[in-house]
Design a protein around this ligand. Sequence first.
Ligand code: FES
Ligand code: FE
Length: 432
Amino acid sequence: AALELFRSKLQEGLIPSHIFNDAEIFELEKDRIFTKAWMFLGHESEIPNPGDYVVRYIVDDSFIVIRDENGGVQVLFNSCSHRGMQICNVEMGNTSHFRCPYHGWTYKNNGNLVGVPYGKELYGDGLHRDQWGLKSAAKYDTYHGMIFACLDPDAVSLDEYLGGFKWYLDIYLKKSEQGLEVVGAPQRWVVDADWKLGADNFIGDGYHTGVSHRSTIEIGVLPGPNADFHKDGVQVYADPGGAGFIYSPPQSFNGYPPNIVESLKRNLKPEQVELLIGNENYHFFPSHAGMFPNLSLLNAPAIIEQGGRPVPYLTMRTWNPIGPGKIEIWSWFLVEKDAPDWFKEASYRGYVLTFGSSGTLEQDDTENWRSISKVAKGSMARNHLLNYQMGMTSGIQPLTDWPGPGTAYPKAYLEANSRSFYGKYLEYMERA
Ligand code: FES
Ligand code: FE
């Protein structure tokens, strides 16, 4: 019934508030979204050598993401085939084998079962080891270093899932031939907020910039002459993968070091380069992006020294649901491998200042989402329809000369992407 109300109201640009903190909705989301969609787990640079692994999560399921001896990436279910014990109890490391702490079944780092204590004596020839290796995620794949997994064996391929989003993703991923590296481990922290609020905010909510982040503009961390400046960018939605949300830059692309500016001109399509560097028609910094359901990317500039030039930084993050109205945020900082050290350091400082657990803008954002999720738990929220109508009555028309796939509107303050996001959300939720 809740979903029916949602469907009928979404046409009018209305969203029921309780979906941001509702135990029943959350159970459905686990079943219909997080076991069906492609999920981001990490980046290949986190596990460069054979045997390197990190442990990652899809809601309640734990996976060992490991580089095997042949150089491939595997996504192994972190649960022993004997009694289900979690076999890996640290978050990262390097190993040739995993030995279960309970009875000692031992698996090679590609998941094959290779050791069973007293195996012959206790099972005779009846235990076929090749049938009792670690399970894998139903599907997993990588895209330019990004590692994804999907728990649905019938899901479309990652390539198909990403669809038009790839054109935008490439701008983040392919600025240099050597690609990106994650610096440090991802930062993680728990927030009493719903996962959809983060996902929606990153692709569809430029509107809060001038109010929630006004202080960061006033003290000069977030570049721009004033808060109004962030209003007029471009908002794009490219199906099926997700959306880009793009705004005008203060100083275009000046912040990247010369070797990266050179390599991005080689690696990207001329239209993508123009988008980044700007010409007389376009002058945008592709900043925010998101892929359904809960991955967001941000490539934005920060001013790390008073009066200094903006330095761009790149973060990927997942709004990892751990309960109704509760997430663990995972935030990765990435930088081009071949960027000079001064840039890596400056870019990291820009990230820490703005996003990541201690970042000023991050604090502004999560405070809002906590408040929304808290209110959403109450009984008033059951019939509280929220206004997502921005752009429906303004007569705004899509751009006809936008170089990338999808639908682009000449406005950053717009709720078209949010409505598309919840349209996709409903598509998944309504599939039995
Ligand atoms: Fe792992 Fe028994 S549960 S060996
Ligand atoms: Fe924000």
